[in-house]
Design a binder for this molecule. Structure first.
Ligand code: HEM
Ligand code: CA
Ligand code: CA
Length: 302
């Protein structure tokens, strides 16, 4: 099923950039220790890159006078600057060590995996050799990324279109065990959505009281262990402690409920399935050979 896997390899940079892994490790550790929002932000950044035309660094490109890029789409404006910054830092260090060698798409894939481990998440092997795209369209980001207000059937379809099963979609949604959501993503819904635990809905309302005057207000996606990668997200859902409508949705659709229950009970199973699904995501729509380039800067085409 993983057609592209054969074109990538684990030791792709072994000769051309032998210190690749060390440099990634060092950059990521320094960044996450000083800015703890980096890890969750990078995980979401990677998802948004891969979901649009594959894991090709398209989300990292800046807009030009002639093109509005993915990152400037409204849905991507909440991606934290720290996530982009850790990629820029790794790229800068790698260009000094081995110029024109490592793609931004590979840097993002490895950074995501290494940061996930820093949060306590599972390990998976990241195969390397992705090329960077030359195209990035904000219109695609607006139309083709899942929104929390979509019906579960639409969300399931979006993943199915890319070859992901319902179970894989649920496992990947477990990424909401870390990070945050801005008030505008859910606060309109606090009064009419009956799936919220009433006290939790009240607490969310209080936390978002200054919204929309203050659009930076946000809350943790997992109130129990907001910065630890674990299965508490799934334990929260049956208790009405999910933040987004799409989180609740996983526990109200008969197609997804069994997987929520499975992962709530069994963290090892969640970790296994999440790792496999992330590796599958990391192969999605990759470009190799002349299908892409090694960007000199991650925010601009060569
Ligand atoms: C299933 C459909 C999904 C929907 C509708 C959705 C929607 C959202 C929304 C609205 C936010 C809040 C962003 C903000 O306000 O800053 C968010 C955060 C986040 N999402 Fe998702 N998401 C989905 C799936 C995923 C997947 C598959 C992943 C990764 C594998 C992921 C990773 C994250 C992370 C890590 C955050 C926290 C970001 C941060 O702290 O900066 N999401 N998501
Ligand atoms: Ca992409
Ligand atoms: Ca957690």
């Amino acid at each position: 099923a993983l057609v592209c896997e054969s074109k990538l390899s684990v030791d792709y940079y072994a000769k051309s950039c032998p210190r690749f892994n060390d440099i990634m490790q060092q950059t990521i550790t320094n960044k996450q220790i000083t800015s703890s929002t980096t890890a969750a932000g990078t995980l979401r950044l990677f998802f948004h890159d891969c979901f649009l035309d594959g894991c090709d660094g398209s989300v990292l490109l800046s807009s030009t006078p002639f093109n509005s890029a993915e990152r400037d789409a409204e849905i991507n404006l909440s991606l934290p600057g720290d996530a982009f910054d850790v990629i820029v830092r790794a790229k800068t260090a790698l260009e000094l060590e081995c110029p024109n060698t490592v793609s931004c798409a590979d840097i993002l894939a490895v950074a995501t995996r290494d940061l996930l481990i820093m949060l306590g998440g599972p390990h998976y092997t990241v195969y390397l050799g992705r090329k960077d795209s030359r195209i990035s369209k904000s219109s695609l980001a607006e139309s083709d990324l899942p929104r929390p207000t979509l019906p579960m059937s639409r969300i399931i379809d979006m993943f199915a279109k890319r070859g992901f099963t319902i179970q894989e979609m649920v496992a990947l949604s477990g990424a909401h065990t870390v990070g945050l959501s801005h008030c505008k993503e859910f606060s309109f819904n606090l009064k009419n959505d009956t799936q919220y635990n009433p006290r939790f809905a009240q607490a969310l309302q209080q936390a978002c009281a200054g919204y929309p005057q203050n659009p930076t207000l946000s809350v943790f996606n997992d109130i129990m262990t907001p910065s630890k990668f674990d299965n508490l997200y799934f334990q929260n859902l049956p208790k009405g402690l999910g933040v987004l409508e799409s989180d609740h949705g996983l526990y109200s659709d008969p197609r997804t409920i069994p997987f929520v229950e499975l992962y709530a009970k069994d963290q090892n199973k969640f970790f296994q399935d999440f790792a496999i699904a992330m590796q599958k995501l990391s192969f999605y729509g990759i470009k190799t050979g002349r299908g892409g380039e090694i960007r000199r800067r991650c925010d601009a085409v060569n």
